[in-house]
Design a protein around this ligand. Structure first.
Ligand code: NAD
Ligand code: DAU
Length: 355
């Protein structure tokens, strides 16, 4: 038996593949286009492991998908592959439409063709797990209740609009064709292997370089942070016991404002790698806000806890300490992702001071 994972060289996908093979001998076929966000170094510990079959390719490549599905006959597919960074979607939405919408459509069509030809038992057991985000629900006011699975869609960025579009395709393929799909909406992940364009890893690597820590607007935007291993355990729980056609919200009950996150990162660095020039918080700079910036996300994760018994294992205090420690212990990984393209991105987004 095998499962097919898309985007398994990215941040969450590589954690999922590593955790899966840590707990199971079931082969993982890992399809990834290795964009700037895909990093084979994330999977270095699997070199020579026959349970991991890495395929360098695009989810929009129908013939490749058909070949992989007929060759490996996976019992399930977990779809992580996406363009995932909101700021990049604001600068250039085209790639988000191509991968997140068109790519997800190609994947659904290839899987539907494969699934239609299975025998009745295999058809009933097959699962297509779509990894979505809480951002499709839009922004909450301070006193609003957290997002439930029934919250209306209100995506505000090109990224979240493209993810919302893919969610609708997945839903329709279940409703119309009967494809056994599962969709999960997770809040902000953090942890090792996180590409340093996102808030937490950017703050860690900039602080270690003595560079400015750019906080958008007033820094009071709130996200609901979840350690990446907890997201992976939640996906395994949904894959194993989720009801086809259902959606599951995943979150850590850790609503924290961005400025507070940055201060916590600085405090941990002060403790673990003190800077002779002074506390890292001296590097904080308030910069122009993100256009259309969502003010608050919060997840109501009672459904997945009630139906599947999932709860996060990590608190924010334990998870952020592990995360900062990992970046301190892995300077080679940091160096490997800071290519010319990465520096170009920092220049485009922040101008030279933050890069
Ligand atoms: P990431 O940007 O780190 O990784 C994305 C991966 O997809 C990369 O390995 C990249 O090479 C691959 N990829 C991109 N386009 C591809 C294509 N056309 N074909 C094949 N592979 C392609 O993203 P991430 O943060 O690991 O997020 C993974 C998924 O989880 C995404 O679908 C994202 O929307 C969702 N999600 C992320 C978060 C978060 O906080 N990071 C939270 C909730 C949901
Ligand atoms: O909520 C889930 C989403 O979380 C995922 O779907 C996305 O793929 C993932 O990238 C993440 O989106 P965010 O936009 O919330 O994450 P990001 O790390 O880019 O930003 C977190 C917050 O920090 C956000 O309010 C913007 C702010 N920020 C970000 C950066 C990069 C800053 O203040 N300064 C920065 O330099």
């Amino acid at each position: 038996m095998s499962i097919l994972v898309t985007g398994g060289a990215g941040f969450i996908g590589s954690h999922f593949v590593l955790d899966w093979l840590h707990g199971s001998d079931e082969t993982v076929i890992n399809l990834d286009a290795l964009t700037y966000a895909g990093n084979p170094a994330n999977l270095a510990s699997l070199a020579g492991d026959p349970r991991h079959v890495f395929v360098h390719g695009d989810i929009a490549d129908r013939s490749l998908l058909e070949q992989l599905l007929s060759q490996h006959r996976p019992r399930a597919l977990v779809h992580f592959a996406a363009e995932s960074h909101v700021d990049r979607s604001i600068h250039g939405p085209g790639e988000f439409m191509r991968t997140n919408v068109q790519g997800s459509f190609s994947l659904l069509e290839a899987v539907r063709a494969h699934w239609s030809g299975l025998d009745a038992d295999a058809k009933a057991a097959f699962r297509f797990h779509h990894v979505s985000t809480d951002e499709v629900f839009g922004s909450l006011a301070p006193a609003d209740p957290a997002f439930t699975e029934d919250h209306g869609y209100a995506p505000n960025s090109p990224y979240s609009a493209s993810k919302a579009a893919s969610d609708h395709l997945v839903r329709a393929w279940h409703h119309t064709y009967g494809l056994p799909v599962l969709t999960s909406h997770c809040s902000n992940n953090y942890g090792p292997l996180h590409f340093p364009e996102k808030l937490i890893p950017l703050m860690i690597v900039n602080a270690l370089d003595g560079k400015p820590l750019p906080v958008y607007g007033d820094g009071q935007q709130i996200r609901d942070w979840l350690y990446v291993a907890d997201h992976c355990s939640a996906i395994r729980a949904v894959l194993a016991g989720g009801r086809p056609g259902q959606t599951y919200n995943i979150g850590g009950c850790n609503e924290i404002a961005n400025l507070e996150i940055v201060h916590q990162v600085c405090a941990l660095l002060d403790e673990l790698r003190p800077d002779p020039l002074g506390p890292y918080a001296r590097l904080i700079r308030f910069v122009a806000d993100r256009p259309g910036h969502d003010r608050r996300y919060a997840i109501d994760a009672r459904k997945i806890e009630r139906e599947l018994g999932w709860r996060p294992a990590e608190t924010f205090a334990s998870g952020i300490r592990k995360t900062v420690r990992w970046y301190l212990d892995n300077p080679d990984w940091i160096a490997s992702v800071r290519s010319g393209a990465y520096r170009d991105w920092l220049g485009k987004q922040y101008g030279t001071p933050a890069g």
